[in-house]
Design a binder for this molecule. Structure first.
Ligand code: PLP
Length: 364
């Protein structure tokens, strides 16, 4: 049996008629860049998340860059973020003119709130927590610290559509939040797309202006060009109504994994903190036999992945910060032990049974 890591084609098959119809409508209306399909998606996504404003843009990386710029970061300002994420989170801090300050993760794979305060200096302006793998970061503690020191908070929600912290959806908690609709994300386009959401309408307008060349007709500022295209918006509008069901299916698969694997001593299952709902963009286990398990599953036709093989501070891109492994012991340990198992709404119970059997045969 072959088990892919994700299966976007099967998802397409399940909603093919509506997707094809949506694509055809955009072409018929020549609504390629922004326009009605984009407006419509922005409205429905804002409503789904429960925020006042959604500003669409070209991808989740741009969303972070736009958010940082529009929070008026000054050259040399410091921004605190997690040592374990995709590089979009930290590269955009630098690209906006800031200085990246990394903090280690805790047992939930998200930023350790107990280690944030010691990294704050007079130059610190903000914190970017990442709801990594689909589990919210400790937003209560993070907001407390932000308030105490007068810092802004951008939530990187790229992996956490519909996840909740104390019954509030992520994206509604910080000053502004960013989402990615990269095809493999929990809500994925058929190309690149992203957005920002916020209840702060003035900030949303500023982001809109910045992302659209600083205005039309009259340019109030020099902005950038970061737009969602009509095809992606129309596709996302078709998929959005399924997101809750798809999320529940991911959670169901996760509970089956947990049930099946919790008697294997050499596997550490994901730790889910209280008051947080995990939406399982990725199902990440830890084992000291990671590379051997990866190999064993691969030989059995099962694709797994390591997200990510190197924590951010240990990448050559950050060698200038001169960090050592001892600076981020948790992220360092995890990078050697983490393995992402296949989890997507379309994986069948039969396929999962096969994955369980293959994992059990490795550890027996
Ligand atoms: C995917 C991702 C992004 C970037 O999104 P793109 O749409 O690929 O630019 C940012 N942060 C995290 C945590 C991500 O997983």
């Amino acid at each position: 049996m072959k088990i892919p890591f994700n299966d976007l084609y099967t998802q397409y098959q399940s909603i093919k008629k509506d997707i094809d119809q949506a694509i055809s409508s955009v072409i018929t209306d020549s609504a390629f860049i922004r326009g009605q399909y984009v407006d419509e998606f922005e409205k429905s996504f804002a409503k789904e998340i429960g925020v006042e404003n959604c500003v669409s843009c070209a991808n989740g990386t741009d969303a972070l860059y736009i958010a940082i710029k529009c929070l008026e970061l000054q050259q040399g300002d410091e921004v605190i973020t997690t040592a374990h994420s995709w590089i979009s989170t930290s590269q955009t801090i630098t690209q906006a003119g800031g200085k990246v300050v990394f903090v280690d993760t805790d047992e939930t794979f998200t930023i350790n709130p107990n280690q944030i305060e010691e990294k704050i200096t007079p130059k610190t302006v903000g914190i970017i927590p990442v709801h990594l793998f689909g589990q919210p970061a400790d937003m209560g503690r993070i907001l407390e610290i932000a308030k105490k020191y007068g810092l802004w908070v951008i939530e990187d929600c790229a992996q956490a559509h519909l996840a909740e912290y104390e019954n509030r959806r992520v994206g509604t908690i910080g000053d502004i939040a960013t989402f990615s609709f990269y095809p493999g994300k929990n809500l994925g386009a058929m190309g690149d797309a992203g957005c920002l959401v916020t209840n702060d309408s003035a900030l949303a307008n500023w982001c809109k202006l910045y992302a659209r060349h600083g205005g039309k007709g009259e340019h109030l500022i020099e902005g950038i060009n970061s737009r969602m295209d009509g095809l992606q918006a129309a596709i996302l509008s078709v998929k959005l109504p399924y997101l809750q069901d798809w999320t529940r299916r991911r959670q169901r698969i996760a509970s089956l994994y947990i049930q099946e694997l919790n008697n294997i001593e050499e596997i550490m299952l994901p730790t889910i903190a209280e008051e947080r709902t995990h939406v399982y963009h990725l199902f990440v286990i830890r084992t000291t036999k990671r590379d051997e398990l990866y190999q064993h599953l691969s030989e059995g036709g099962i694709s797994t992945s390591v997200n990510y093989p190197k924590a951010l501070p240990f990448n050559p891109a950050y060698s200038y910060l001169k960090h050592t492994h001892a600076d981020f012991p948790n992220a360092f340990k995890n990078q050697k032990e983490i393995l992402s198992l296949p989890i997507y709404p379309e994986i069948t119970d039969e396929m999962l049974e096969y994955v369980f059997r293959q994992i059990h045969s490795f550890f027996k």
